[in-house]
Design a protein around this ligand. Structure first.
Ligand code: 5AD
Ligand code: SF4
Length: 429
């Protein structure tokens, strides 16, 4: 989401004559796009700021801006405590950047942290900052209306609003015409995407179908689904279009219905299992990934065991796994006690990671001997003789180069694997 936002920011500023540099020493403005989701994400930002302090010492005209969720959360306070920072800009205020930069350049501290009910940056063509020219993010909505008790997102990114489908389809079409072969539609909860124009209502299944119809050579991915809202209708739409990738990211957060209730997730373990069964039924061979939080308020060993057993039952292909970290202002921070000791959180997280490593390895091993279609993204990081790409299920595959290039689709015979990567050879046709 932040990569997509940085691309909007780059677009707003290039319109005004700035250009993007990859050499930090050449920059006249440094914008640090931030995340507040967990405390360690914020900690990393403070470390990064420390590292750019010396640049400012050598160049007093350098403008340093803190942008994104942390700017929203900490607002003017950062300017008081952090001399280094000249600008604080929240996620709905990027159109105002040219004015704010001018203000900062004239020696004043510049702040805009107003949240909006309408801003979707729909008309802004993001400047692509990815390296491969094959795969791009397309933001379809902003903000979030769910109130998961642990989560700071609704406070720092504001209320949910969907982007005009016409602008989404034209952005994706433009990407395809420029050689991109994969778009990932982004929203905090894509299943609640809604757009009404007169009597025409567009929900997420209709939207993704429109994007899939741009070309069978354009792969479509999306993130993130919410288990309470993910519909069979979406799964059936995916089944109708082979270019909608066979991968659903469905954050479970916990396997215990009691904890899910405290988290205000609005589903139970059984409901979540029903959604997994629906994916398996409607989209055989679809990969499923998840997010799991270890050590939420009041979590017992029993609750933790329920998370492990849910993971085992679902056989996730991949997971993002976190220790619960209390975020100021959230419902959990106000109403619940962060009472699981840190050592226990760490121990539980380690068990979750160990289990997921086993499940990830198993899901890769099951691919050995199969022929899979891969979209080539570029050279493998490990060897220039190999290319790397992804399968529809979002598994990374590497294989000897042949005469292929980024953006090509290729069939690969999977010979072996590591826990993270399929290794194979090109199937001659
Ligand atoms: N502590 C730990 N993990 C969190 N997440 C969101 N808020 C918190 C928090 N306070 C995780 C959830 C979410 C992912 C993006 O980050 O698992 O799905
Ligand atoms: Fe946060 Fe829940 Fe919204 Fe996801 S759905 S962004 S976890 S409040």
């Amino acid at each position: 989401m932040n990569v997509a936002d940085s691309e909007v920011v780059a677009s707003v500023l290039t319109e005004k004559g700035f250009s993007v540099t990859t050499d930090i020493n050449k920059a006249s403005i440094i914008l640090v796009n931030t995340c507040s989701i967990r405390e360690n994400a914020e900690q990393r930002i403070w470390n990064r700021l420390r590292a750019i302090r010396h640049l400012k010492r050598n160049n007093k005209h350098l403008v340093v801006g803190l942008i994104g969720c942390m700017a929203e959360r900490l607002k003017e306070k950062v300017l008081e405590t952090e001399q280094l920072i000249d600008m604080v800009v929240g996620p709905d205020a990027y159109r105002d950047l040219p004015r704010l930069v001018e203000e900062a350049e004239s020696g004043h501290k510049a702040v805009n942290v107003l949240l909006s009910r309408e801003e979707t940056y729909a008309d802004i063509a993001p400047v692509r900052m990815d390296q491969n020219g094959v795969s791009a993010f397309v933001s379809i909505m902003r903000g979030c209306n769910n109130m998961c008790a642990y989560c700071v997102v609704p406070y720092v990114r504001g209320a949910e609003r969907s982007r005009n489908p016409g602008s989404i389809v034209s952005e994706a079409t433009g990407l395809f015409e420029r050689g991109y072969r994969e778009v990932t539609l982004l929203g905090q909860n894509v299943d609640s995407y809604r757009w009404e124009q007169g009597s025409i209502k567009t929900g997420f299944p209709e939207l993704i179908e429109k994007v899939a119809l741009i070309s069978p050579l354009l792969r479509v991915r999306f993130s993130t689904s919410h288990p309470k809202d993910m519909s069979d209708d979406l799964l059936m739409t995916m089944a109708r279009h082979e270019n909608i990738c066979r991968h659903v990211h469905l954050p479970a957060q916990s396997g215990s219905s009691r904890i899910l209730k405290l988290m205000n997730r609005e589903y139970t373990r059984e409901w979540y299992m029903d959604r997994i069964n629906a994916i398996r039924r409607i989209l055989p061979g679809c990969a499923i990934s998840t997010d799991i939080i270890a050590g939420f308020c009041t979590e017992t060993d029993e609750d933790h065991e329920l998370s492990l057993s849910l993971m085992e039952w679902a056989g996730f292909d991949f997971a993002y796994m976190f220790k619960y970290s209390e975020r100021p202002g959230t419902r959990a921070a106000r109403k619940l006690k962060d009472d699981v000791p840190d050592e226990i959180k760490t121990q539980r997280l380690n068990e979750i990671i160990a289990l997921q490593n086993r499940l990830s390895a198993k899901s890769k091993k099951e691919e050995i001997g199969k022929v899979v279609e891969v979209l080539v993204e570029g050279e493998s990081k490990r060897s220039r003789e190999f290319l790397s790409g992804r399968t529809s299920q979002n598994r990374i595959a590497v294989f000897p180069k042949g005469d292929l290039k980024a953006g090509d689709f290729v069939k690969i015979f999977v010979e072996r694997c590591t826990s993270a990567t399929l290794i194979g050879k090109i199937v001659e046709t």
